[in-house]
Design a protein around this ligand. Structure first.
Ligand SMILES: NC(=O)c1ccc[n+]([C@@H]2O[C@H](COP(=O)([O-])OP(=O)(O)OC[C@H]3O[C@@H](n4cnc5c(N)ncnc54)[C@H](O)[C@@H]3O)[C@@H](O)[C@H]2O)c1
Length: 370
């Protein structure tokens, strides 16, 4: 089975789907691998390293798509790209299909099968394939570094001959994978950290990292059976905003990471709440890729709003292309292993729960036929 990946055509993208080490392992499992020229150069892996690992380097993206049966992508291809694609192939990737209905329709028209790894259930068996966790951990780390870079003070308490400097107060909203990594990073830099999540299960994890969990509770459980948060009702949202405002007003740095599966991010910080914050405070809205947690967020832009800096970076993990590619590569390799049975060549099938749960289209249709 031929597996292909491309030089992702996006100005923000420097990651690559497979690193040479993974190419060698997948080749040993029976896959033949083709890649577009310079697919790995954004993450410092030259074409020669891929050739030595057993892959074939092709001159164009089109040549790769035509040569492979399974295409790995780090984002959903555009309808214009899909128009040039041959029919009846398989797409595996970090696709967020719900944000790209036109691409989905174009792929259906071409009878493609699609597996979106963002749909993997949170099972122990799926952890090594969990692209969302891998990328969220990197985003949480980088968000704190961005905030520290833009902050006009230091993070740790410093006692010097010129006086004592107070530590920064960091507030993390949403204590999932990204939030917990942000907490750990801010703590390592010496900040005082507070965190909040609507899932009560997050309290213990926040406290184990040495941060304080804010005592804001909801009447009904906010956790779904899949371990994700549910959307709040308008009344719950209003109560949450009212309770959070006082904590925001005293924070120096706010990192927001709240997300809902396959839906736009919940709006948590209103303009009024931001107006009550201290001048010099920095907000990093990590949910910008799905619209943002702040009412005033403009995805991809940094705004100075009355002295409060609001950063809304897109695709933050792509700014750490080496580690991001290593992690994605491991995630993809583990997922592709689902197509491999012992002692036989890789075969496309739907006989595994993880394949069924991630399958968005099967041979062009939404009705799954195993
Ligand atoms: N067992 C596994 O394989 C596995 C793998 C990864 C994650 N998980 C768990 O799944 C859970 C979700 O993780 P995630 O980081 O992918 O979540 P996510 O990216 O979907 O959301 C980030 C966080 O935002 C929170 N949130 C959503 N709406 C909110 C709101 N209105 N106000 C405040 N917070 C809000 C969520 O509860 C979550 O903790 C976590 O408990 C995580 O530890 C389990």
């Amino acid at each position: 089975m031929r597996l292909g990946f491309l030089n992702e055509q996006n100005p923000l993208e420097r990651r690559v789907a497979l690193v040479p080490e993974a190419v060698a392992k997948l080749t040993a499992k029976g896959f033949q691998i083709v890649l577009e020229r310079e697919a790995g150069t954004g993450a410092y892996w030259p074409d020669e390293a891929y050739r030595q690992a057993g892959a074939e380097v092709l001159p164009t993206a089109q040549a790769v798509v035509e040569a492979c049966e399974i295409l790995l992508r780090l984002r959903m291809p555009t309808p214009e790209e899909i128009e040039r694609y041959p029919s009846g192939r398989v797409l595996v990737g970090l696709l967020q299909a719900w944000q790209h209905p036109a691409s989905l329709a174009a792929l259906a028209e071409k009878q493609w099968s699609i597996f979106g790894l963002e749909r993997l259930p949170r099972l122990t068996r799926a952890q090594s394939m969990d692209v969302l966790s891998s990328m969220a951990a990197l985003a949480g780390y980088k968000a704190v570094l961005l905030a520290a870079y833009h902050f006009a003070r230091v993070f740790p308490m410093l006692t010097t001959a010129a006086g004592t400097l107070a530590p920064a107060r960091v507030l993390v909203i949403g204590a999932g994978v990204a939030g917990l990594q942000a907490i750990a990073t801010a703590r390592r830099l010496g900040a005082q950290v507070e965190a909040y999540d609507i899932r009560p299960a997050a309290k213990e994890q926040v406290e184990s990292l040495g941060a304080r969990f804010l005592p804001l509770t909801l009447d009904a459980t906010a956790e779904t059976a899949g371990g994700y948060a549910r959307a709040l009702t308008p009344e719950e949202q209003a109560r949450q905003q009212e309770a959070l405002a006082a904590y925001l007003a005293r924070a120096d740095i706010v990192i927001t990471t709240a997300a809902l599966p396959e839906r736009p991010a919940p709006k948590i910080i209103t303009r009024t709440m931001r107006q009550q914050m201290k001048p010099g405070a920095v907000i990093v809205d990590l949910a910008a890729d799905t619209g943002g947690n702040c009412e005033e967020t403009i995805p991809g832009q940094t705004q100075n709003l009355d002295g409060i800096l609001l950063l809304a970076p897109l695709q933050l993990p792509a700014t750490l292309p080496v580690h991001a590619s290593q992690m994605l590569s491991r995630n993809f390799s583990e997922f592709l292993s689902l197509f491999c049975a012992k002692n036989s060549p890789p075969k496309l099938h739907l006989e595994d729960e993880l394949l069924q749960k991630t399958c968005i289209l099967w041979k062009g249709t939404k009705e799954l036929v195993a």
